[in-house]
Design a protein around this ligand. Structure first.
Ligand SMILES: C[S@@+](CC[C@H](N)C(=O)[O-])C[C@H]1O[C@@H](n2cnc3c(N)ncnc32)[C@H](O)[C@@H]1O
Length: 393
């Protein structure tokens, strides 16, 4: 086999997964259908590693990625690196210290090791928040990749563009080391907002979430499944609710917040009771005006962050379990029986497989935090398939 060639007929590609969290990249690789195996994973967070180990039977290296050396990396003989580094240095909520933020160091360090490895990976995939593409870490990344002979294609994509009613636009960088090349070389060095190239279309007819025209926006939303397909608890209220608009009062705790705290502090977590997900009236009264409310027939919900369930502002949508005659905030929120999406439902919106589980000792808050850090398999698996595909001759 010629050096650098992507012909890998029988043997699986060897893949390293950096910042592995709960394994979103590994699930995406599995779903992509590419003949590949994760030879090792790396994450500093022991709780994330507990979840990863339960689901994949392999415990990631629990250490700082910053301490890896070129010799360590060479020892794996990996063909591809998948990386989802921390996004706080680039988020609007973070302080945007960018490459000056200590959390960006390990990512820059690992990129800087590439020229020092004797066998640089043939392929790379990097995932991050929107905003990364204008950061100085991005400038440094592109510079290192160019100097080490990679060709790059970049994307900003959201699950909404893949039929999932979930707005979570993210930045992706795909890189291939020459002489390998992408299927569609016209797209080299471009930032694309449409998933069309992943499916072999180059006509940009698939609308994207950033296209402001109402027509293309409608098209994206219409192609999404309704939120109810992703729910684990059926709605209890009918279209108009009970006479008073409230659910059966026996399942609505008067102070559900206290009940949330109690459940979360418990050692084991029982995810089967709906009560712990109901939004207490005190929160609705205080924060109702900033809550994002969705209904079972909605075709969109907001990005769930790692602070979902701890805060309600900007952390993810809440579900109205009683649909009022008039949707939205023109009907009193306290009559719509709002609840949080459960961790299983967030995992469904991230397109995690049904057999994904949390170990019993991971608390409710930790589950939301780990899921909030993870990614959409519906988006990443076609990106991985496209990355590994060879151009037809
Ligand atoms: C954005 S999350 C990636 C989540 C992952 N893709 C998933 O599906 O869950 C970033 C992860 O990087 C880990 N991390 C952050 N800095 C690290 C470092 N210096 N070394 C190792 N892991 C680190 C965090 O613990 C976190 O799990």
């Amino acid at each position: 086999m010629a050096e650098g060639s992507l012909k890998q007929v029988d043997k699986p590609w060897r893949v390293l997964e950096f910042y592995s969290g709960i394994g979103g990249l590994r699930y995406s690789l599995m779903k992509s259908g590419v003949n590949a195996k994760v030879v090792d994973a790396f994450d500093i967070n022991d709780k994330a590693n507990d979840v990863y180990e339960l689901n994949f039977g392999h415990r990631p290296h629990q250490g700082n990625i910053q301490s890896l050396t070129a010799a360590d990396l060479d020892s794996y003989g990996a063909h591809a690196w998948l990386l989802s580094p921390p996004c706080q240095p680039y988020t609007r909520q973070g302080l945007q210290k960018d490459s000056g933020d200590a959390r960006a160091f390990s990512f820059l360090k690992i990129l800087e090791l590439i020229p020092h490895t004797s066998k640089p990976p043939n392929m790379l995939l990097v995932e991050n928040v929107v905003g990364f593409e204008t950061s100085d870490t991005h400038t440094k990344m592109i510079d290192i990749l160019a100097k080490t002979n990679y060709v790059v294609q970049e994307f900003i994509l959201s699950p909404l563009q893949f039929g999932v009613p979930y707005s979570r636009p993210r930045y992706f960088c795909l890189a291939k080391r020459r002489p390998s090349s992408f299927q569609s070389q016209l797209l080299n060095n471009r930032l694309l907002l449409s998933p069309s190239p992943l499916f072999g279309h180059h006509d940009n007819t698939v609308a994207n979430e950033h296209d402001q025209s109402e027509e293309s926006w409608d098209k994206v939303l219409q192609s999404c499944e309704p939120v109810e397909k992703f729910l684990e608890f059926e709605n209890h209220g009918d279209q108009t609710g009970t006479e008073s608009g409230f659910l059966d009062s026996t399942i609505v705790p008067t102070d559900a917040y206290g009940s949330l705290e109690k459940n979360d502090n418990a050692n084991g977590h029982d995810s089967s009771s709906l009560g712990q997900y109901l939004v207490p009236l005190s929160l609705i009264e205080r924060w109702g005006s900033v809550m994002d409310i969705v209904y079972p027939d909605s075709k969109r919900c907001c990005c769930f962050t790692k602070s979902y369930y701890r805060y309600v502002k900007g952390t993810g949508s809440l579900l109205a379990t009683v649909q009022p005659k008039k949707k939205g905030k023109s009907s009193p929120l306290k009559e719509q029986c709002l609840r949080f999406f459960t961790p299983r439902e967030v995992a469904n919106l991230h397109s995690f497989p049904e057999d994904f589980h949390f170990p019993q000792h991971i608390s409710l808050r930790q589950r939301y935090a780990l899921l909030g850090n993870s990614l959409s398999i519906a988006v990443v698996s076609p990106l991985i398939r496209y990355l590994f595909a060879e151009p037809s001759v």
